[in-house]
Write a protein that binds this ligand. Structure first.
Ligand code: 0WE
Length: 256
């Protein structure tokens, strides 16, 4: 398969081998794309170097705190120097303070609301703006969302509001960047057992709930998210932009 041969991409959000970002990065790489990786903080440096290093010693692996404009500027300067141009960007980054995902949404602090939106939604705008000048041959920007953006999922709280902002930002970015042949879409994934999902009380019963209620009677696999990532990055999706694609075994269509 060489659907993405000759394409250059940059991946934000690998933390470890279970990360959705890693599943999509592997699928992009297997489809022929050359990738750069960013990691959030020294804590994750070793993990990402070990994973992304398997793509060759010359793979660009660089830190990026998406709340820092100077980091974003540096990262795209490095990617531009390495690749000369860019076709693909994966945004698989989210954070809300833990206490905001535990109590009631009504108690969300101003600071937790600000941080959740800065890291999880505004970052897509900032990364897209920085990537666009390098996407001289057109591009595909893919961001990860979740059903809690459109319906209440207990405890998802401010993350649901931030994902709603991410999805709306996707539409406005698609409008602005469309004339440059840059497409912007979200994958709304069903629950996946990642570092971000770990420690969320009731996550195991959420996986069971999806198995019981989704039309396909199972949960989505990381490989399937990778395959959707390849599709959205490929010319097969050349006329798809501004969309939220549900990759959730059909769960989203159900009313009961
Ligand atoms: O978007 C997410 C989780 C993102 C996330 C996870 C954490 C855990 C650790 C954002 N911030 C933090 N902050 C931390 O301190 N998901 C789609 C997974 C998820 O998270 C939930 C879910 C699901 C599903 C939280 C509550 C309820 C359901």
């Amino acid at each position: 398969m060489s659907l993405l041969a000759g394409k250059f991409g940059i991946v934000f959000g690998v933390a470890n081998k279970r990360s959705i970002a890693w599943a999509i990065a592997q699928a992009w790489s297997n489809a022929g794309a050359k990738l750069a990786f960013t990691y959030q903080g020294e804590r994750l440096k070793e993990n990402v170097e070990e994973l992304a290093g398997t793509f060759g010693a010359d793979t660009l692996i660089t830190p990026c705190d998406v709340t820092q404009d100077e980091d974003i500027t540096r990262v795209f300067a490095e990617a531009g120097a390495k690749f000369g141009r860019l076709h693909l960007l994966l945004h698989s980054v989210a954070f809300a303070p833990k206490d905001a995902l535990e109590g009631e949404f009504v108690n969300t602090s101003r600071e937790a609301f600000r941080v959740a939106h800065d890291v999880s939604a505004y970052s897509l705008v900032a990364l897209s703006r920085a990537a666009a000048p390098l996407m001289t041959e057109g591009g595909s920007i893919v961001a990860m969302s979740y059903y809690g953006a459109e319906k209440v999922v207990p405890h998802y709280n401010v993350m649901g509001v931030a994902k709603a902002s991410l999805e709306a930002s996707t539409r406005y970015l698609a409008y602005d960047l469309g004339p440059k042949r840059i497409r912007v879409n979200c994958i709304s994934a069903g629950p996946v057992n990642t570092l971000a999902a770990r420690g969320i009380s009731g996550f195991t019963s959420m996986l069971k709930h999806y198995e019981a209620h989704a039309p396909l009677k199972r949960n989505v696999t990381p490989d399937e998210l990778g395959a959707t990532g390849v599709f959205l990055a490929s010319d097969g999706a050349a006329a798809i932009t501004g969309q939220v694609l549900y990759v959730d075994c059909g769960y989203q269509i159900m009313g009961m």
